[in-house]
Design a protein around this ligand. Structure first.
Ligand code: SAM
Length: 336
């Protein structure tokens, strides 16, 4: 989750690790997902599930338990599905408020930049995974208009309920801030990003904003995004990163360690665990060239990245290769 826009670097924060805080075991969380969006059902019925049946590995909690001497900040963060889903279920009602407040609204700008970088190739659908409360999916819907179906998927029903309510609110009472959504509404559906209920080569673009970091198996999440993307289509990741500029980096770490938790706790008293998770997950997530490598390994080509706001966040883009000898797909409006 991204309740704030700052991160700690590994080994710098004095977090106290208590093994008793870790659950002994997490259920696999590998439940089949309900499909809520009726418009999407049609698409699914005609297209049988094609996701490979991967074994689910709750490696993080096990590895935390098996490394008792490791400093807390170095412990792999527990990103088991059940833990992540439960955490977002708890913070869902306050998620948007906290996001905008703690980022000083810069998160809206980052999503706007992401939408601008979308490379559209035709009228086929666009998928936003880990859509949460739907901000990126709704912004994409506004950009592409009613002719292009947009789907937002997430495995946390509580977050999706807020996305649906937001869309309904925007459509009925648009104001300066919440502009009306497109005529053809965004469809929100419950699905695990590690086994998406779509056939291969379906979407002209697949996006994720501040979600990939939370997916238990990053590589599997990237592979699924690539699988459902059409050849020539774009995969985009917007994610926190670690600023590298001396001075700014230290300021950012100080804000993360001292300011953000205090504001956060004053506003949302029960979210201590979420802040601890936020710090660790951002600090431990691969950024810059390291994430580029993972995107290439997932099968993407022409992968590049652009840091935003001094490197606090970064937009990564890659493309699904087209078959050898096939025609190159030119994005609508040219290549940017
Ligand atoms: C930090 S929120 C980001 C929400 C939204 N994209 C945004 O820009 O604000 C991360 C979201 O990822 C979702 N998520 C994490 N792991 C997931 C998974 N394996 N499958 C589907 N959703 C997942 C969570 O439920 C949560 O809603």
């Amino acid at each position: 989750m991204h309740l704030g826009r700052v991160c700690g670097s590994r080994g710098r924060l004095a977090l106290v690790y208590r093994p008793s805080m870790l659950p002994l075991a997490y259920p696999s969380g590998n439940r089949p997902m309900a499909i809520h969006a009726s418009g999407v059902k049609k698409l699914l019925v005609s297209c049988p599930l094609t996701s490979p049946a991967h074994a689910r590995v709750d490696s993080t909690s096990a590895s935390e338990r098996s490394m008792p001497n490791m400093p807390a900040t170095e412990m792999p963060v527990d990103k088991s599905e059940s833990r992540v889903r439960d955490m977002f279920r708890q913070v869902a009602p306050r998620y948007d408020l906290m996001n905008h407040l703690l980022s000083l609204n810069i998160d809206r700008y980052w999503r706007w930049r992401a939408v601008r970088r979308l490379a559209l190739i035709d009228d086929s659908p666009i998928l936003d995974v880990c859509t949460g409360t739907g901000d990126l999916a709704l912004a994409i819907g506004r950009r592409v208009g009613p002719g292009v179906p947009v789907i937002g998927s997430d495995f946390c029903g509580a977050m999706l309920r807020i996305a649906r309510d937001k869309q309904a609110r925007q459509r009925s009472a648009p104001d300066a801030d919440e502009r009306p959504a497109v005529d053809g509404p965004v469809q929100f559906l419950e699905a695990d990003s590690q086994s998406l209920p779509f056939p291969a080569d379906t979407f002209q673009a697949v996006t994720v904003a501040f979600g990939l970091r939370n997916v238990t198996d990053t590589d599997r999440g990237l592979a699924e995004m690539t699988r459902v993307c059409k050849p020539g289509g774009q995969v985009m990741v917007l994610e926190f990163s670690n600023p590298t500029l001396p001075g700014f980096r230290q300021l950012y770490q100080w804000y993360f360690a001292h300011v953000l938790p205090r504001i956060g706790q004053a506003l949302a008293r029960n979210d201590k665990d979420a802040y601890r998770y936020l710090q660790k997950s951002v600090g431990q997530f691969p950024d810059g060239p390291r994430l580029v490598e993972r995107m290439v390994a997932a099968g993407m080509t022409r992968v590049s990245y652009r840091p935003l706001t001094g490197g606090v966040a970064t937009i990564y883009t890659g493309y699904k290769p087209e078959p050898v000898g096939g025609e190159r797909t030119i994005p609508r409006g040219g290549v940017r």
